[in-house]
Design a protein around this ligand. Structure first.
Ligand code: UFG
Length: 333
């Protein structure tokens, strides 16, 4: 298929572009490069440096490329920053998505795979969380993703644009081999920060809150490997290509690890390489963080046949370690 992938130069986007191209699709990447890297794109991917806030440019692109499906990643993704700069998040994530949907509706009406998040659930009462659990984002970031889900529903009702919403849990790891991986300009993700600390780029790891209602007092998350997540997108595109109705899927492994358990696993990986364990310090809670987010992913496994291959936390961290060790400054030489 002829696909348009927004945010395809980013971390999850670039891993997914590779899997989509391996599956035989032709890919055009739209990215404003605010946090993505052209170096992350595989040869053969067409690239357009466009900002979704530029409606005219986006509409023009739809007219030129005529995509048969759209995979929409482009968004700001930091929970903490979204609480400090809500305007930036609503504008970029909600208005940007609206421009994409409107340009699509005015041109090709291609089905959309949307990059949503576990953050739409907020403080979930049931764990693991099923897709129909109540929504109540505790962050502006989660709110912008939920608003975009609602817009997708409205554009389906009005224009017949089908969608698959993938609610990601905590994405981590890197393509084995170390060619691409996480390289955010602002580093906030636990595993990336821990591995850069191991490389000596930071002095210690801060644990944001030790007083959560969890067994060890630190937040619990469901850590899913980026390549398994990329595969979920390939399956979602195939389903839409086959005429599947719109649907929403959680994508996670179904078991959670606390911040301390993740840091223990990082220590296990880095000490195997002769490095000392990380220094840790307890810090106050980070605003917007729910105590626990663990996926019930039975729906995507049953309906799309999705099967995660990276199920061992240390193994997942090892793939990220391979990337960071070989690219300590990301895509910069
Ligand atoms: N954490 C620390 N110290 C750090 C960094 C993170 O203790 O230095 C903690 C956080 O407070 C949180 C956990 O580690 O409890 C995971 O934090 P991340 O920043 O790695 O990930 P988040 O859970 O905040 O968010 C990620 C993505 C979101 C997505 C969410 C879904 O950034 O886009 O997972 O679960 F919505």
């Amino acid at each position: 298929m002829n696909l348009l992938v927004t945010g395809g130069a980013g971390y999850i986007g670039s891993h997914t572009v590779r899997r989509l191209m391996e599956a035989g699709h032709h890919v055009t990447v739209l990215d404003n490069l605010s946090s993505g890297h052209v170096e992350a794109l595989p040869p053969g991917a067409a690239f357009e440096r466009i900002d979704l806030l530029d409606f005219g440019a986006v509409r023009d692109l739809f007219g030129r490329v005529k995509p048969e499906a759209v995979v929409h990643f482009a968004a700001l993704i930091e929970v903490g920053e979204s609480m400090r700069a809500p305007g930036r998040y609503y504008r970029n994530n909600v208005v940007g998505s609206l421009n994409l949907l409107q340009a699509n509706a005015e041109t090709v009406k291609a089905p959309v795979v949307f990059s949503s998040t576990a953050a739409v659930y907020g403080d979930a009462e049931v764990t693991p969380i099923p897709e129909d659990a109540p929504k109540g984002p505790t962050s502006v970031y989660g709110e912008t993703k939920l608003m975009t889900e609602h817009m997708l529903d409205a554009f389906e009702r009005a224009h017949g644009i089908r969608n698959v919403k993938l609610r990601y849990f905590n994405v981590c790891g890197a393509e084995p081999g170390g060619a691409i991986g996480e390289a955010h300009p602002n580093k906030t993700h636990l595993i990336e920060l821990a591995l850069l600390t191991a490389l000596g780029q930071r002095e210690k790891m801060m644990i944001f809150g030790e007083d959560y209602p969890t067994p060890d007092g630190t937040c619990i998350r469901d850590y899913i490997h980026v390549v398994d997540l990329a595969d979920a997108h390939v399956l979602a595109v195939q389903a839409l290509q086959g005429g599947a109705a719109s649907s929403t899927y959680n994508v996670g492994l179904g078991h959670g690890f606390s911040v301390k358990q993740v840091l223990d696993a990082v220590d296990a990986v880095i000490t195997e390489d002769g490095l000392p364990p990380l220094k840790r310090e307890i810090a106050p809670r980070r605003p917007g963080d729910p105590p626990s987010l663990v996926a019930d992913s039975h729906r995507i496994q049953g309906e799309l046949g999705w099967t995660p291959h990276f199920t061992d936390l240390k193994g997942i961290i090892r793939t990220a370690w391979e990337w960071h060790r070989s690219h300590p400054h990301g895509f910069q030489k």
